[in-house]
Design a protein around this ligand. Structure first.
Ligand SMILES: CSCCC(=O)/C(O)=C/O
Ligand SMILES: [Fe+2]
Ligand code: NI
Length: 170
Protein backbone atom coordinates (compact mmCIF):
# COMPACT_ATOMS: atom_id res chain seq x y z
CA UNK A 1 0.00 0.00 0.00
CA UNK A 2 1.37 3.37 -1.04
CA UNK A 3 0.72 6.75 0.57
CA UNK A 4 1.15 10.18 -1.03
CA UNK A 5 1.87 13.29 1.06
CA UNK A 6 1.79 16.68 -0.61
CA UNK A 7 4.46 18.67 1.16
CA UNK A 8 3.07 22.22 1.07
CA UNK A 9 -0.56 21.49 1.88
CA UNK A 10 0.19 18.37 3.97
CA UNK A 11 -2.66 16.65 2.13
CA UNK A 12 -2.46 12.85 2.43
CA UNK A 13 -3.78 10.44 -0.20
CA UNK A 14 -3.99 6.85 1.01
CA UNK A 15 -6.96 5.47 -0.91
CA UNK A 16 -5.21 3.16 -3.42
CA UNK A 17 -7.41 4.12 -6.37
CA UNK A 18 -6.74 7.79 -5.68
CA UNK A 19 -3.01 7.11 -5.27
CA UNK A 20 -2.87 5.37 -8.66
CA UNK A 21 -4.85 8.11 -10.38
CA UNK A 22 -2.77 10.89 -8.73
CA UNK A 23 0.47 9.23 -9.86
CA UNK A 24 -0.93 8.66 -13.35
CA UNK A 25 -1.76 12.37 -13.56
CA UNK A 26 1.86 13.14 -12.67
CA UNK A 27 3.23 10.77 -15.35
CA UNK A 28 4.60 8.44 -12.66
CA UNK A 29 4.21 4.73 -13.41
CA UNK A 30 3.00 2.70 -10.44
CA UNK A 31 2.56 -1.08 -10.33
CA UNK A 32 1.93 -3.56 -7.55
CA UNK A 33 3.69 -6.95 -7.91
CA UNK A 34 2.92 -10.00 -5.77
CA UNK A 35 5.67 -11.03 -3.33
CA UNK A 36 4.45 -14.63 -3.23
CA UNK A 37 7.24 -15.91 -5.52
CA UNK A 38 9.95 -14.61 -3.16
CA UNK A 39 11.50 -17.30 -0.95
CA UNK A 40 10.52 -16.90 2.72
CA UNK A 41 14.20 -16.59 3.71
CA UNK A 42 14.54 -13.44 1.57
CA UNK A 43 11.59 -11.48 2.98
CA UNK A 44 12.88 -8.56 5.07
CA UNK A 45 16.50 -9.74 4.71
CA UNK A 46 18.86 -6.82 4.23
CA UNK A 47 22.36 -8.39 4.35
CA UNK A 48 22.40 -10.12 0.97
CA UNK A 49 25.06 -12.21 -0.76
CA UNK A 50 25.45 -11.98 -4.54
CA UNK A 51 23.63 -15.30 -4.92
CA UNK A 52 20.73 -14.09 -2.76
CA UNK A 53 20.51 -10.96 -4.96
CA UNK A 54 20.40 -13.26 -8.01
CA UNK A 55 17.59 -15.29 -6.36
CA UNK A 56 15.61 -12.06 -5.88
CA UNK A 57 16.00 -11.24 -9.59
CA UNK A 58 14.94 -14.81 -10.48
CA UNK A 59 11.83 -14.55 -8.29
CA UNK A 60 10.65 -11.50 -10.25
CA UNK A 61 12.16 -12.38 -13.66
CA UNK A 62 8.77 -12.70 -15.37
CA UNK A 63 7.60 -9.28 -14.15
CA UNK A 64 10.97 -7.65 -14.93
CA UNK A 65 11.01 -9.06 -18.46
CA UNK A 66 7.39 -8.05 -18.99
CA UNK A 67 7.89 -4.40 -17.98
CA UNK A 68 11.21 -4.29 -19.87
CA UNK A 69 9.58 -5.51 -23.08
CA UNK A 70 6.83 -2.89 -22.65
CA UNK A 71 9.17 0.00 -21.84
CA UNK A 72 12.56 -0.84 -23.34
CA UNK A 73 14.56 -1.49 -20.15
CA UNK A 74 17.79 -3.40 -20.67
CA UNK A 75 19.48 -3.90 -17.27
CA UNK A 76 18.60 -4.55 -13.63
CA UNK A 77 20.24 -5.17 -10.28
CA UNK A 78 19.44 -5.32 -6.56
CA UNK A 79 20.36 -2.60 -4.06
CA UNK A 80 20.23 -3.05 -0.29
CA UNK A 81 20.50 -0.17 2.17
CA UNK A 82 20.44 -0.75 5.92
CA UNK A 83 22.31 0.31 9.06
CA UNK A 84 24.91 -2.38 8.24
CA UNK A 85 25.67 -0.84 4.80
CA UNK A 86 29.24 0.47 5.35
CA UNK A 87 28.78 3.82 3.57
CA UNK A 88 25.05 4.30 4.29
CA UNK A 89 25.31 7.94 5.42
CA UNK A 90 27.38 8.86 2.36
CA UNK A 91 24.94 7.14 -0.03
CA UNK A 92 21.94 8.73 1.67
CA UNK A 93 23.51 12.17 1.47
CA UNK A 94 23.59 11.79 -2.32
CA UNK A 95 20.10 10.25 -2.64
CA UNK A 96 18.69 13.06 -0.47
CA UNK A 97 20.02 15.78 -2.78
CA UNK A 98 17.54 17.02 -5.38
CA UNK A 99 18.44 15.67 -8.85
CA UNK A 100 17.08 14.26 -12.10
CA UNK A 101 18.15 11.62 -14.62
CA UNK A 102 17.93 11.56 -18.41
CA UNK A 103 16.21 8.12 -18.26
CA UNK A 104 13.28 7.25 -16.03
CA UNK A 105 14.16 5.74 -12.63
CA UNK A 106 12.42 2.43 -11.92
CA UNK A 107 12.49 0.91 -8.44
CA UNK A 108 10.65 -2.15 -7.11
CA UNK A 109 10.57 -2.46 -3.33
CA UNK A 110 11.30 -6.02 -2.14
CA UNK A 111 11.75 -5.37 1.61
CA UNK A 112 11.66 -2.40 3.97
CA UNK A 113 10.46 1.00 2.81
CA UNK A 114 11.51 3.91 0.63
CA UNK A 115 10.30 7.45 0.04
CA UNK A 116 10.60 9.28 -3.29
CA UNK A 117 9.97 13.03 -3.11
CA UNK A 118 9.02 14.20 -6.60
CA UNK A 119 8.35 17.64 -8.08
CA UNK A 120 4.78 17.70 -9.34
CA UNK A 121 3.48 19.37 -12.48
CA UNK A 122 2.42 22.37 -10.36
CA UNK A 123 5.94 22.74 -8.94
CA UNK A 124 5.01 21.39 -5.50
CA UNK A 125 6.90 18.35 -4.19
CA UNK A 126 4.93 15.26 -3.15
CA UNK A 127 6.20 12.26 -1.16
CA UNK A 128 5.53 8.71 -2.34
CA UNK A 129 5.85 6.28 0.59
CA UNK A 130 6.57 2.83 -0.83
CA UNK A 131 6.16 -0.62 0.70
CA UNK A 132 7.19 -4.12 -0.40
CA UNK A 133 5.43 -5.01 -3.67
CA UNK A 134 5.35 -1.40 -4.95
CA UNK A 135 7.02 -0.41 -8.21
CA UNK A 136 7.50 3.22 -9.19
CA UNK A 137 9.03 4.94 -12.18
CA UNK A 138 10.12 8.55 -11.70
CA UNK A 139 9.90 10.10 -15.20
CA UNK A 140 13.05 11.29 -16.97
CA UNK A 141 14.14 14.90 -16.30
CA UNK A 142 11.81 15.26 -13.28
CA UNK A 143 13.44 16.67 -10.13
CA UNK A 144 13.27 14.33 -7.14
CA UNK A 145 15.16 12.94 -4.18
CA UNK A 146 15.00 9.78 -2.10
CA UNK A 147 15.14 8.91 1.55
CA UNK A 148 14.53 5.96 3.85
CA UNK A 149 11.60 5.60 6.25
CA UNK A 150 11.87 5.23 10.02
CA UNK A 151 12.99 1.60 9.67
CA UNK A 152 16.08 2.88 7.79
CA UNK A 153 16.25 -0.13 5.49
CA UNK A 154 15.25 -1.11 2.00
CA UNK A 155 15.92 -3.77 -0.63
CA UNK A 156 14.95 -2.69 -4.14
CA UNK A 157 15.31 -3.94 -7.70
CA UNK A 158 16.63 -1.14 -9.93
CA UNK A 159 15.61 -1.39 -13.58
CA UNK A 160 17.41 0.73 -16.19
CA UNK A 161 17.27 1.69 -19.82
CA UNK A 162 21.03 2.24 -19.54
CA UNK A 163 23.21 2.75 -16.45
CA UNK A 164 24.50 5.98 -18.08
CA UNK A 165 20.95 7.38 -18.25
CA UNK A 166 20.65 6.93 -14.49
CA UNK A 167 23.61 9.17 -13.60
CA UNK A 168 22.18 11.84 -11.24
CA UNK A 169 22.25 15.47 -12.38
CA UNK A 170 22.23 17.63 -9.24
C1 LIG B 1 15.45 2.43 -3.46
S1 LIG B 1 16.88 2.66 -4.43
C2 LIG B 1 17.75 4.04 -3.74
C3 LIG B 1 17.42 5.35 -4.36
C4 LIG B 1 17.99 5.52 -5.71
O1 LIG B 1 18.55 4.61 -6.29
C5 LIG B 1 17.88 6.80 -6.37
O2 LIG B 1 18.46 6.95 -7.55
C6 LIG B 1 17.19 7.84 -5.91
O3 LIG B 1 17.02 8.90 -6.67
FE1 LIG C 1 17.16 9.43 -8.58
NI1 NI D 1 5.45 -1.67 6.16
Amino acid sequence: MTTIKIQESREIIDNQEEVVSFLQGQGVIYESWTLSKLDDSLHEKFDLSDSEKESIIEAFREEIEDISARRGYKAWDVISLSPTTPNLEELLKNFQQEHHHTDDEVRFIVSGHGVFIIQGKDGRFFEVHLNPGDLISVPENIRHYFTLSDDKQVVAIRIFVTQEGWVPIY
